[in-house]
Ligand binder design. Structure first.
Ligand code: TTP
Ligand code: MG
Length: 356
């Protein structure tokens, strides 16, 4: 049996802003783009959530719900720095850390357990340490699997600790909304609800044929998750030689604005992973595929190893720009960074959140 922690910062970006500026504490803070530029809410402090403000909501809507909300633009470098600090704390507990994003990770603490330090004590000590040393709160779920731990960490947010005792997984999950289960999005949840299936317990007790009809081939897997059976291991990624992200466009395009925006998004994704891995790279590569499927790449060397989205995007944009010409339409864009020098100042091992 494994013992897994899922740890997740509460209102991450917004909490970091409140930490750095005490005037903002206790106030409805939102981090995200300007409402004039059709910005969206990236993170909403719990004070602002009382007004119905949520992540991914248009900033305009957020201000309609709470006109006195304080909006701040994101400071990614600062969030990355905090992320590195918390990931380093996780690594002091176990090398088996699987980051999911800047602010959350799974920890397999099975081998860290002692009679004095059962999993729930490890979790409690970690929460205390993060509070004292970083001045921020994390919510933690403790369970025997990743999927249950993740659901548990969300149960008592903010500043919560939820322990699912081994053997009680099924009972813990049964009354919860089906949408909480991995792989059940809003659309699937609506399809299930149409048949009167609202909770994970109701889902788990449906016959095979019904599951197959509603979920297709995922049916058996979803049933196991609904019963609290999940053997998926905490995966520590190999050291990578490069970090990349790429996207095929929904429609081939020559529109510079669309292409540049995509490059920016890909660069941010690459940057996030580099930072989680404590890596900086010297080489930026752009992979380009044209509408006739011709595929080629261009690369540039940065003056200094870097992991910032601006440096990566600046270089990738320049390479793309040189390749744009009248009538040349692109169907795929990729951005990657290699030539790593791991940032020595950081105690974190170079590990990556994932590859594409
Ligand atoms: P989350 O952990 O989903 O959100 P959160 O930490 O702000 O709030 P919660 O207490 O519910 O965990 O995401 C972590 C950070 O990722 C969040 O602070 C900002 C960023 N983010 C976005 O930029 N856009 C989004 O749509 C979401 C969901 C998160
Ligand atoms: Mg969070």
């Amino acid at each position: 049996m494994h013992h897994i922690l899922h740890a997740d910062f509460d209102a991450f970006y917004a909490s970091v802003e409140q930490l750095d500026n005490p005037d903002l504490r206790g106030k409805p803070v939102v981090v995200g783009g300007s409402p004039d530029q059709r910005g969206v809410v990236a993170s909403a402090s719990y004070e602002s959530r009382r007004f119905g403000i949520r992540s991914a909501m248009p900033m305009r809507t957020a201000f309609q719900r709470c006109p006195k909300a304080v909006r701040l633009p994101p400071r990614f470098d600062r969030y990355h720095q905090v992320s590195r600090q918390v990931m380093a704390m996780f690594h002091e507990i176990t090398p088996l850390v699987e980051p999911l994003s800047l602010d959350e990770a799974f920890l397999d603490v099975t081998d860290a357990i002692t009679p004095e330090m059962p999993p729930e004590e490890i979790a409690a000590a970690l929460r205390r340490r993060v509070k004292v040393e970083l001045g921020l709160t994390i919510s933690v779920g403790v369970a025997t699997s990743k999927s249950v731990a993740k659901i548990a960490s969300d149960m008592d947010k903010p500043d919560g600790l939820t322990v699912v005792v081994p053997g009680s997984e099924r009972d813990f999950l049964a009354p919860l909304d089906a949408i909480k289960l991995w792989g059940i999005g809003p659309k699937t949840a609506a399809r299930l609800a149409a048949d009167g299936v609202h909770t994970i317990g109701e889902l788990a007790s449906q016959p095979d044929e019904w599951l197959a009809k509603k979920l297709g081939r995922r049916g058996p897997y979803v049933r196991r998750l609904a019963l609290g059976q999940d053997e998926s291991p905490v995966v520590v990624e190999r050291e990578a030689k490069s970090v990349s992200a790429e996207t095929t466009l929904a429609r081939d395009t020559a529109d510079a604005e669309v292409l540049f925006e995509l490059v920016d998004r890909l660069s941010q994704r690459v940057s996030r992973r580099l930072v989680i891995g404590g890596l900086r790279g010297r080489t930026v590569k752009a992979k380009l595929r044209l509408s006739d499927f011709t595929t080629f790449s261009r690369q540039r060397t940065l003056r200094e190893p870097d992991s910032s989205p601006d440096a990566i995007a600046g270089s990738a944009r320049a390479m793309l720009e040189r390749e744009m010409s009248e009538g040349r339409r692109f169907r795929l864009i990729g951005v990657s960074v290699s030539g790593f020098e791991s940032s020595d100042s950081e105690p974190l091992q170079p590990r990556l959140a994932g590859f594409e």
